[in-house]
Design a protein around this ligand. Sequence first.
Ligand code: AMP
Ligand code: GLY
Length: 421
Amino acid sequence: MIVGVIGSGGREHAICSKLYISKKISKIYCFPGNAGTSKIAENVNLDLKNFSKLKKIISKYKIELLIVGPEEPLVNGITDFLEKEKIKVFGPNKLCSRLEGSKIFTKKICEKYNIPTAKFGIFSNLSDSIFFLNKNKFPVVVKADGLAAGKGVSICQNLSEAKKSVEEIFNGKFGKAKEVLIEEFLEGEEMSFFIISDGVSYKKFGTAQDHKRVFDGDKGPNTGGMGAYSPSRLTDKNLEQKILNKIIEPTLLALNNMGSKYIGFLYAGLMVKDNEPYLIEYNVRMGDPECQTILPTLETDLLEIFIKACEEKLFEIEIKWNTFKSLCIVVCSKGYPGEYKKNIEIENLNKINLSDKDFIFHAGTLNKNNKILSNGGRVLNFVSLSENFKNSREKVISFIKKLNWDNGFFRKDIGHKVIEK
Ligand code: AMP
Ligand code: GLY
């Protein structure tokens, strides 16, 4: 089968790597991919907003299934467009993608279907927001409604911080804003919880804990994710059942009641307190770096899973996982998540001896004249599977130390909650 994968991050390299080992695969195209995917797929540069061009390329290359990695094309309706053209796509349609595309859309579903989440208010102007903030306890969380690439969320300790964040949102810092969301601050521990859905049934697709802050000790600004481990230390049967019954199933029902079916990965970002889950946000895709962390533990053929999901036949397949502890560390360009330099050579990548339980997934990399250059903020993902998280982390760090790349940095404490000092 010839497949296409949309995206250029570590998530997409991990997806391509799993597809590559499927017996049914004959060729993978990656739009636009990175230096890592170029080794196992053909990278194709393309404006992902130009759906008609993509359609033409899909027919030219005889692509039979398209897998969409990131949220933006999904929120823009890539699935609806291609399905109308009778092209098989794995990824939710535009309506379902609003779960990520509009935090207010999700909050309204939570309200209607009694899904546990932080208490909230939706405001359409500054003065109403301030009136509300004046009566509130702090901290509060101020959120822009739309996609903001991991930004657009501020945890505010006092009125002046909250006022500033609300003003920024109405002044268009994260795009045109009609409304702002102000939420109660939830205490607890975060967990990323995944399912895969075919529109009529779903299956669990792993758990992980991401580390969003840039520096050790969970300090500094938020990033896209500096590393993760899987499974999450919080997960157990009882909690999983609550997540499915109280959060996932009512959400899928809500979408059904709106006349839509959810096909794709669904990622629930949760806060867990006293063994009770609260929804923080939905993402309509796999997490990054959670995907790189979880996929190496998958034993079932990923292509087979995608095909079944597109045929409403997920029930026919048993998704099997190994029991290793997986840990991923992301190596970033110095300066990330702020300004950073690009086009700096990363040496020694080929000299690292990986076993079949170790993986390097590229993100912001570029292949130029047979040299690997950095091309983004998050650049490389190192993953290792072992009997315990401590060994996985030690192994990953020993690999990263073999790199010769002065412009890189990484967190050394990924998994600190599950690894004793
Ligand atoms: P989001 O983009 O909504 O996931 O928010 C980004 C991060 O902000 C989350 O991963 C949490 O760490 C934090 N956050 C968001 N909403 C809340 C909340 N209501 N209470 C506590 N932390 C939150
Ligand atoms: N790891 C966070 C995300 O994928 O949004």
